[in-house]
Ligand binder design. Structure first.
Ligand code: ADP
Length: 481
């Protein structure tokens, strides 16, 4: 079984969020299930190629935006990396200072999808032919539209699976782009990629793909409701029978306190003492003195309204009044950068708010050194922060939504590995924090930490589920959109 995964980011080459982690781990995790999964992503000029070399496989000539645009297919050669990684090099669209956020994003990733079809029509991949193209998020949505609605696409014998990692990002654009993308006006309907007078690349993925997945069972249910459907809940309800919720996992090779190169002191469930030394090291790095005994709450996040940061900003004085040390690492929306920038000045010495940098080392040190990991998300498709923090024996305090509801068990008597709250309010969040602090101060605390360590959210289970789904898709009479 051959699967080509299309994505806009992948660790260790480029990352802005959890999708990169998924791409960095899932293809390799599929191998034991007989799936040869490969990745194709744009060759951004900002890619981190440390330790890799690039090999050209040749060029494709892509009819796009009224021209024939030439792009190079490259392969990353790295004997240590189990997953073949292909890159699409086209400086016109991908030589930019950042991965996304450009005015022409829909065209850029439309080109990525259209060029993918051209690659599948070519002989550049040698003998290797995908049975399934597995697209991820809006960046890959238009691929399924090209495949289903163009003569070149219909001639290809390939199935499509489309994964929603975050329904909120859709890249809706003016309908005038449709002919520039090379799509027919017949796609511009309620049952196609039209969306309130615009075109919607994410909706293209939802309506034209054979099978849909999202990254947790709870989020799969939530996005079929008006409250969390981002305007697409009706489309998703129509496709309900083809929509599967499969949790993400984490890669123990990258996320384990036993061998984390960013931690000064390795530790494990059976030797937890070094966790305290990691905490001391983190406190030192963040400029705190004499805070070793105080409970330490960490937060590592994109700064966006999804992540419940308004609750954190509003409740920060009360959190600190509880005797907590607070360390945040985040980058993202200007509004939160300003808000937390002001709080950083006001609470200097009690809170360490590290803004603006994507800092892999500090992220690992927070997962390792904190006692608690805070995720008060408004919504959370899966969430990786809580899975990572559990692996580090760092107890999550989280809102019961999406993947957080599916992976964190609320502490109750002697069971559970985290502290959950339901209502999206500072009051409810503070109540959960106070329950967590009471547990920290009581003799049961080692048991809470032990339960966190014992949670195992690896890729094995999810990879088996994806493999089953792929197999059902290529079986005779398999699903079709
Ligand atoms: P999302 O994909 O919505 O951003 P996830 O919880 O699925 O959220 O994944 C976030 C990933 O990005 C985690 O691996 C987290 O540690 C990492 N991350 C987020 N912000 C930063 C940052 N500023 N520096 C380093 N890592 C970060």
């Amino acid at each position: 079984m051959n699967v080509m995964m299309l994505a806009s980011e992948m660790t260790p080459f480029c990352k802005t969020g959890g999708l990169a982690d998924v791409m960095g781990a899932l293809p390799a995790a599929l191998a034991p299930y007989g799936v040869d999964a490969r990745a194709l992503l744009p060759h951004y000029s900002t890619l981190d190629f440390a330790g890799h070399t690039l090999e050209s496989l040749g060029r494709v000539h892509v009819p796009f935006d009224g021209e024939i645009i030439s792009a190079e297919l490259q392969q990353l050669v790295d004997s240590a990396s189990p997953t073949p990684v292909y890159l699409l090099e086209c400086p016109r669209y991908f030589r930019r200072a950042r991965l996304y956020g450009e005015a022409d994003d829909t065209l850029r990733f439309g080109f990525f999808c259209r060029a993918t079809m051209e690659i599948l029509r070519s002989s550049l991949l040698g003998d290797w032919r995908p049975d399934i193209v597995h697209g991820n998020d809006w960046h890959a949505g238009l691929f399924s539209a090209y495949l289903k609605t163009t003569p070149e696409g219909r001639a290809l014998d390939v199935k499509t699976l489309f994964s929603i990692h975050n329904l909120a990002y859709q890249s809706t654009s003016p309908s005038s782009l449709l002919p520039r993308l090379g799509l027919d006006w017949s796609t511009y309907t309620l049952h196609g990629l039209e969306f309130y007078g615009k075109i919607n690349p994410l909706k293209a993925g939802l309506v034209y793909s054979d099978v849909l997945t999202t990254v947790s069972p709870t989020y799969a249910r939530e996005i079929q409701t008006p409250a969390r459907g981002e305007g697409l809940d009706g489309v998703l309800r129509e496709r309900s029978a083809s929509l599967h919720g499969i949790l993400n996992g984490i890669d123990p090779a990258e996320w384990s306190p036993r061998h984390d190169p960013f931690l000064a002191f390795p530790y494990s469930e059976s030797q937890p003492a070094n966790k305290a030394r990691c905490k001391a090291e983190l406190l030192r790095r963040c400029g705190f003195k004499g805070h070793e005994k105080a409970p330490l709450i960490g937060l590592v996040s994109r700064l966006s309204s999804q992540k419940g940061l308004d609750l954190v900003a509003e409740a920060l004085p009360e959190i600190l009044d509880e005797g907590v040390t607070f360390i945040l690492l985040g980058s993202g929306d200007a509004r939160y950068m300003e808000l937390f920038g002001e709080l950083a000045k006001r609470y200097e010495g009690a809170a360490s708010l590290n803004l603006g940098a994507f800092d892999e080392a500090l992220a690992h040190q927070i997962y390792g050194g904190a006692d608690f990991f805070l995720m008060p998300s408004l919504y959370e498709p899966c969430g990786l922060g809580q899975l990572i923090s559990l692996a580090y024996g760092t107890v999550p305090i989280a809102r019961r939504t999406g993947g957080l509801a599916d992976t964190v068990a609320d502490w109750d008597d002697d069971a559970g590995d985290g502290f959950l709250f339901d209502e999206f309010s500072t009051r409810a969040m503070l109540r959960a924090i106070r329950r967590a602090l009471a547990a920290y101060a009581s003799p049961i605390w080692p048991q809470v930490v032990g339960n966190a360590f014992a949670a195992r959210w690896t890729w094995e289970g999810p990879a088996a589920q994806y493999a089953d789904l792929y197999k059902s898709m290529v079986a005779p009479g398999g699903p079709a959109a």
